[in-house]
Ligand binder design. Sequence first.
Ligand SMILES: [Zn+2]
Length: 126
Amino acid sequence: MKDPLAVKVRIRNTEGKYLSGDLSDWGFSEDPSKGIVFDYLRHQVAEQLEQIRLTRGIVLEAVPVDPKEVFETCDQCKRFATAFGTFFDGNRFLCLECLAQSPVMTSAPQSRSAVAARALSTISLL
Ligand SMILES: [Zn+2]
C-alpha cells in the first residue's frame, strides 16, 4: 500500500465483536458493517489499544478494512467519497463539495475521522 496513512481498521474484541455506535452510545456489535472505522496511524490505534489493555485489561485488536468498504455515498449528490472525506452536517453525510454548498452551516461539521478519534480516546478514559 502506497500510503500507510490510508490503512483503515475496525476494532474487535476477544469475542469477535466490533466496536460500534458513536460517542454517546458505543458498544460492540457482531455485525462488522456497524463497526467504527478508524484510521490506523492517524488515530494511533496501536498505541490506544495498548493503553486500553494496560489500563483496563481489555484486549482489543485492529482488523484491516477492505478499502472498498470505506467508500460512502454522499447523501446529496450520491457520489462516492471516502468515509473520511464525508462530513456530517447534523442530518446528512455530505461530501466536501456539497458541504461547501450546503445552506446548513449553522453548526460546525465534524468529520467522521474526528468523531472516531474521540470515540477511541473516550474509551481509553473509561
Ligand atoms: Zn456530495
